[in-house]
Design a protein around this ligand. Structure first.
Ligand SMILES: CC(C)(COP(=O)(O)OP(=O)(O)OC[C@H]1O[C@@H](n2cnc3c(N)ncnc32)[C@H](O)[C@@H]1OP(=O)(O)O)[C@@H](O)C(=O)NCCC(=O)NCCS
Length: 189
């Protein structure tokens, strides 16, 4: 698992690096308050534990983003075996509100993409709240395009937009990831 280290934005002058690391069960103590604040209906600790239990068999990958020792974000991936080509589903991605717009979700997505490619996934997908236009913008950067709507998917109220990116496994996509990382380094240098 690679570690991404980058200099961060001027508004956080005391912080000079974000590190991306595998999520551990003991991280859940710091993660749960971030998760609870992020969504009207959040994942329970039990859901995280069930997901983490499946990391060992290779079907899941969960990462944390740390600012120094503090966990400031996290993200997860589900590797779905498919005879037509394996897929990766982004299961969750959250950045602590106080640390948003610093490129942390972008760093997490970069690492998830590389993990998925390393495991042979050729496409990736996710669901996003129809009203989460900021998150949709982030996903567009990674080549995701809307592919459908799941009506009242969230709490039987808000629609989910289903987004797919079908060129994850290509050389062009590897170049896209390099370009995103390069832009991030320029922006937060
Ligand atoms: C969505 C989320 C993960 C983004 O995290 P982040 O670390 O702030 O994202 P980044 O800083 O990497 O943003 C990258 C780009 O995405 C877009 N973006 C992200 N948040 C945005 C917002 N609130 N409004 C508009 N654009 C946004 C921008 O294009 C941004 O680039 P810029 O800052 O140079 O303009 C974060 O807002 C979050 O945790 N939200 C609550 C949980 C959630 O909705 N998760 C998604 C579930 S599908």
């Amino acid at each position: 698992m690679s570690i991404l280290s980058n200099r961060l934005r001027r508004s956080h002058p005391t912080v000079d690096s974000i590190t991306i690391e595998p999520m551990r069960r003991r991280d859940l103590r710091a993660i749960m308050p971030i998760e609870d604040a992020a969504y009207p209906t959040s994942w329970s600790r039990r859901i995280f534990e069930t997901e983490l239990d499946q990391v060992a068999n290779g079907s899941r990958c969960y990462l944390t983003a740390r600012d120094g020792r503090d966990i400031v974000g996290y993200a997860g991936l589900w590797h779905v075996i498919d005879p037509d080509g394996d897929q990766a589903h982004v299961t969750n991605i959250v950045v602590d509100e106080a640390h948003r717009r610093r490129g942390i979700a972008t760093r997490l997505m970069l690492e998830l993409a590389r993990v998925a490619r390393d495991r042979g996934c050729i496409a990736w997908t996710l669901e996003v709240r129809a009203g989460s236009t900021g998150a949709q913008e982030l996903y567009r950067t990674f080549g995701f395009v809307p592919a459908g709507i799941r009506r009242r998917y969230y709490d039987n109220v808000e629609d989910a937009l289903v987004m797919w990116c079908h060129d994850l496994g290509t050389d062009e996509y590897a170049a896209r990831l390099d370009a995103i990382e390069h832009d991030l380094e320029e922006q937060y240098r």
